[in-house]
Ligand binder design. Structure first.
Ligand SMILES: [Fe+2]
Length: 490
């Protein structure tokens, strides 16, 4: 196969949905070892605090195995939760049948880890074309001669067995693709991104609930509704995260003027007020494109909401329930987020503002891996990994606050930003153009921070997601920002 242009029919989140699907792995560049321990050359790298320490080969092997297992456990849960008929059905034109996602996960793993890294014979070269996301728009996938559920399960198992064998003898050096086990990390992230897409398919599915999870933790009081982020440069992007993808690279200095950002994401309760104030009926709050879409798509509330007398109810993974006022709003498109912000006298943060609020530590002047610091996420830091099947109430996870005191930046809901998806200065495509490069431009808006359905392997504070501004099936909400006026700076 050769790389193909993106089909405009597919949205990216779908990076959570398969839109970054590898075609033929391209010959990797010369090895370019990842810098670690904040020892990257240049000012930007030095200002990026990183504890992405260098792991020995055995530590890397253990990390990869654990991460692959966690991803597969989740894929299995999501596909075993429904019967075969449900697995082959298309629950929405926006989504693939779950059985396509499953075999596609296996096919990508085969292409990169069995054939390329492992140099092994193909397992099923005959199905590559069926599972190439750039060849078949989602809407067409149910009509393809796909592997049936039994075959798909056997296929992913066979591929995974070979991958464990490749992993046992892998040397994590010599090629950029294998330095720090990058290709393994890329495949872990790919599976987890498809798992989030499959979770979104579950949300679109009609029928009795099949997924269950405990409730998230309660809110803790926040000191102020907004946080001031001081003016100045900070380090955006990363040169030190071994498994960071090409679009997150490299670390560079960005000046951001002083601004205020909401301490927590916008809640359903605040969104009720926007609706009650006629926000959906007043073109003043909407951009031209946003208003045109709002009229054409007849938007009048977040997706999955319905009126029940004088209150709102929603359907969440098959459960119909009153919309909780204290929870971050989810399933709104970029245009709705933009309109709410205008109505509130604010705006959406730019991507740089979001990342500065999340990573900048004023005490050291450095950028952290996560808002709370450099340690990997724990259940006390953030609502990730489908541990709970809903966002936590606004104000939850005080231990996950950023140095500046902003909460819930990671997990709960993806956050729409005002920014188009564009390359950072010095962007270098790796390892294939369909991962990021073909999506750069004004068609896509950047989302940050991950949702309750995002795995920790794709929730670092530099991770960039993107989607069309009309998309609502993803677990996306937002928070607002505003310029800081001189008299507010003391
Ligand atoms: Fe994919």
């Amino acid at each position: 196969m050769t790389p193909r242009a993106a089909n405009s029919n597919r949205g990216p989140l779908n990076r959570t949905s398969g839109e970054r699907d590898a075609t033929q792995p391209r010959t990797p560049d010369q090895p370019e070892p990842f810098a670690r321990n904040a020892t990257t050359s240049g000012k930007a790298g030095e200002a990026e605090l990183s504890t992405a320490r260098e792991l020995g080969a055995e530590e890397l092997r253990a990390l990869v195995a654990k991460s692959l297992d966690r991803a597969r456990e989740r894929s299995t849960l999501l596909t075993d939760a429904v019967d075969d008929e449900d697995l082959v059905r298309q629950h929405s034109k926006l989504m693939s049948p779950l059985v396509w996602d499953l075999a596609h996960i296996g096919n990508q793993e085969e292409l990169w880890l069995v054939r390329d890294v492992g140099g092994r014979e193909p397992v099923r070269i005959d199905i590559d074309e069926l599972y190439d996301a750039f060849q078949h728009p989602r809407a067409d996938r149910p009509q393809l001669p796909l592997l049936n559920p039994t075959e798909a399960r056997a296929y992913v198992r066979e591929v995974r067995d070979k991958v464990y064998d490749v992993l046992s003898g892998a040397r994590f050096e010599g090629r950029r693709l294998t330095e720090n086990a990058f290709a393994f990390g890329m495949i872990v992230q790919h599976e987890q991104q498809h798992d989030e897409t499959m979770l979104a398919t579950h949300q679109l599915r009609v029928g009795a609930p099949v997924l269950h999870a405990p409730e998230p933790p309660p809110a803790a009081p926040v000191a102020t509704p907004e946080v001031l982020v001081p003016a100045g440069e900070f380090t955006m992007g990363t040169a030190t995260e071994p498994w960071a993808l090409d679009n997150e690279r490299t670390a560079h200095q960005v000046h951001v003027d002083a601004f205020f950002i909401d301490t927590v994401p916008v809640t359903n309760g605040a969104y009720f007020e926007f609706i009650a104030a006629g926000g959906y009926d007043d073109p003043r709050w909407w951009s031209e494109a946003g208003w045109a879409h709002r009229v054409e798509a007849k938007l009048e509330a977040p997706r999955f909401w319905a009126r029940d007398g004088d209150r709102w109810v929603r359907t969440r993974f098959g459960v119909v329930e009153p919309v909780p006022a204290d929870e971050p709003v989810v399933h709104v498109c970029f245009y709705e987020a933009q309109a709410f912000a205008a109505w509130a006298g604010k705006r959406l943060p730019t991507e740089a503002e979001w990342e500065k609020a999340a990573r900048f530590d004023p005490a050291s002047g450095r950028s952290r891996r996560f808002p709370w610091g450099d340690e990997d996420p724990t259940p006390e830091h953030a609502n990730l990994g489908q541990r709970h099947l809903r966002p936590a109430p606004a104000g939850a996870y005080p231990r996950g606050a950023s140095a500046l005191g902003v909460r819930q930046l990671i997990g709960d809901v993806w956050e729409w930003t005002a920014s188009d998806f564009l390359p950072y200065p010095g962007f270098a495509m790796f390892p294939y153009p369909e991962y990021s490069e073909v999506f750069f431009g004004p068609d896509y808006k950047v989302l940050r921070g991950g949702s309750f359905g995002t795995d920790e392997s794709v929730a670092r504070a530099t991770f960039r997601n993107w989607d069309y501004p009309i998309r609502r099936q993803i677990f996306a909400g937002f928070r607002c920002a505003r310029d800081a006026h001189p008299e507010e700076l003391g």
